[in-house]
Design a protein around this ligand. Sequence first.
Ligand code: ADP
Length: 359
Amino acid sequence: MPEVKLQSIDKIYDGGVQAVYDFNLDVADGEFIVLVGPSGCGKSTTLRMVAGLEEITNGKLIIDGKDCTRLPPKDRDIAMVFQNYALYGHMTIYENMAFSLTLRKENKEVIHRKVMAAAEILDLKTQLNKKPKQLSGGQRQRVAMGRAIVRNPKVFLFDEPLSNLDAKLRGSMRREIMLLHKKLNATMMYVTHDQTEALTLADRIVCMSMGRVQQIGKPIDLYERPANTFVATFIGLPPMNMFDGVVEGGKFKSELFEYPLNEKQKQTLKDYEGKEIVLGVRPENIKRGGPVKLLVTNNENLGMNTLVHGKIGGVKIVVCKFAEWCIYEEGQTIDIGFDPELTHFFEKPEGDNPGVAIR
Ligand code: ADP
């Protein structure tokens, strides 16, 4: 039985701003779902509706078979970890972790057992007598997770929990959250604007833009088979290169270059003869040698690969990622091609059409 079901959920704030449109998702027991999208796309609002911190305008929320649409937060059996994890400064780490259980007037022994179990999982056993200010940012974030774990909730909700940490710490905390999910085997919903966090943490990603779900799928699905131009450019770093053009006589013709299509691509595009489409290719799927001339503007050697920035036809900025260590000079022209198996085509985004993938 799915643990959390969101059915046709809308959110319209007082004043008329619609933040979420027709959100549908079944979260399986033990699944790690990441809601990702740019700032303002409605992901926190969605999470806060699951938590009960925002009213659900239309639609239904079911948690573990129970209709929770109008239930107050305390009756939903969820625990939320926020970006601002504000620990109580005057309390010890132990007291901070025990706090919600103390409020519920749980038996002292039960509290002790639960806090010690959480401290063990989070490697905080030697920190329990300290005050929050004596801990590092990463340890404080772990305490915030500890406060959620002791409650043994049905569902864990995370709202950008790592965004206050520096880049290095974010990386290590990401791995800790992954391990935590494995250890607890808990159902988790996690909000972030960071596509790397989404790709590395999620069993399934929900990618949102402007209040609407754009695609739901495994990380590899969103990376390899993006549903539309939004997902194609949001997931993957550096982002996918996109070119506007027309399909004509077995070629993709843009103002900047012409690209011969192979048989399989011609077949895929057979209904688009004479129509405007978008060709997308990831930096890592551009190869050296091919029919397109690239004027190099910048060459970045990253050790295991090289990012080459350049222009086509003097205007379109393109990024290529070559697996080799290459050195190009600014102003040099190089020939590039697109891996035909890994070139994407989309309808031209127009009106309600977000530029859906052509397959
Ligand atoms: P995200 O988490 O993706 O950054 P939010 O869910 O916070 O996005 O916000 C989605 C939209 O709803 C934004 O346009 C935001 O301005 C609006 N919004 C958020 N909270 C409120 C509120 N309390 N009242 C009115 N509009 C809000």
